[in-house]
Design a protein around this ligand. Structure first.
Ligand SMILES: [Zn+2]
Length: 279
């Protein structure tokens, strides 16, 4: 499932190719993508829009148009954007939408499981839309301080892993980078989020940033579906310290990695360097 590093990789690839381009023709072939709005209406509404910028907020890709409107694309589980450098597309039963740009190239949206969403916002609606989703701060920005993380986790009894997944403490972290960050911070995933000491919170902030930056540097993680817009897989999966590595030695201490569940998700950690009772 794409998390911040995967969405950021897609954004960085698409931004120079889309900025300044006009959406000439838009075909949306799946009503689930735009519901409750009819896909034909959204497609027609997008035609003629010119891209001012391609940004990202958490796991949302944010296409900003010169009109002031925004198209928010959330890839959810298996969504993907394709913009091959040359040549057209092969037949693909999972292609849900195609945007033809005024330079003659096409951007296609592919989604096997169909949980992804395209939301078109009118000028001025973006801030309220983001606020309504209780999206936390951007963990790679300077505003993501230990104090801010501390406030977001204060008093919460949920496991720290679950608190990282729910997007309120920090936007864009999913199952992979939560586990990798907690390992880097030497924190057990089932520790109550509100129980972390100031020193542990400082470690966690640093670890979140390091895990996400490693993911971006490796162009994301490809477990199954994720590809960048050129169709290339990421390489972050070769760098996992704990994620998916049950039984393999911890890279720090050699203890076999264990698997548990937190926030309803498979969760990997080192029982030696991430003790549940740190005292
Ligand atoms: Zn260890």
């Amino acid at each position: 499932m794409p998390e911040l590093p995967e969405v950021e990789t897609i954004r960085a690839r698409l931004a120079p190719r889309l900025t300044g381009r006009r959406f000439d023709r838009v075909v949306i072939a799946d009503a689930r993508l735009t519901r409750p709005d009819p896909p034909e209406a959204i497609a027609a509404s997008l035609e003629g829009e010119r891209v001012r910028d391609v940004g990202r907020r958490g796991k949302y890709l944010v296409v900003e148009f010169e009109s002031g409107r925004h198209l928010l694309i959330h890839l959810r589980m298996t969504g993907n954007l394709e913009h091959p450098a040359r040549g057209g597309f092969e037949a693909d039963p999972y292609r849900r939408a195609v945007v033809s740009l005024d330079d003659g190239s096409d951007v296609a949206y592919r989604d096997v499981r169909r949980f992804g969403t395209w939301t078109l916002l009118e000028p001025g609606e973006l801030a309220d839309y983001i606020a309504a989703r209780k999206l936390g701060g951007e963990p790679l920005e300077r505003t993501f301080t230990t104090a801010r993380l501390s406030r977001a986790l204060a008093g919460r009894r949920a496991p720290v892993k679950a608190a990282l997944l729910d997007q309120r403490a920090a936007a864009g972290i999913g199952n992979i980078y939560a586990d990798e960050a907690l390992w880097r911070a030497r924190l057990h995933p089932l520790r109550p989020a509100g129980s972390l000491s100031p020193e542990e919170l400082a470690r966690l902030r640093k670890a979140i940033r390091a895990a996400l930056q490693m993911g971006i540097a490796r162009q994301g993680a490809t477990l199954r579906d994720y590809r960048d817009p050129d169709g290339e897989p990421g390489r972050m999966q070769d760098e996992f310290r704990v994620y998916g590595r049950a039984g393999e030695p911890c890279p720090r201490c050699g203890t076999p990695i264990e698997k548990t569940r937190a926030g309803g998700r498979g969760t990997w950690y080192c029982p030696s360097c991430q003790p549940l009772d740190p005292s």
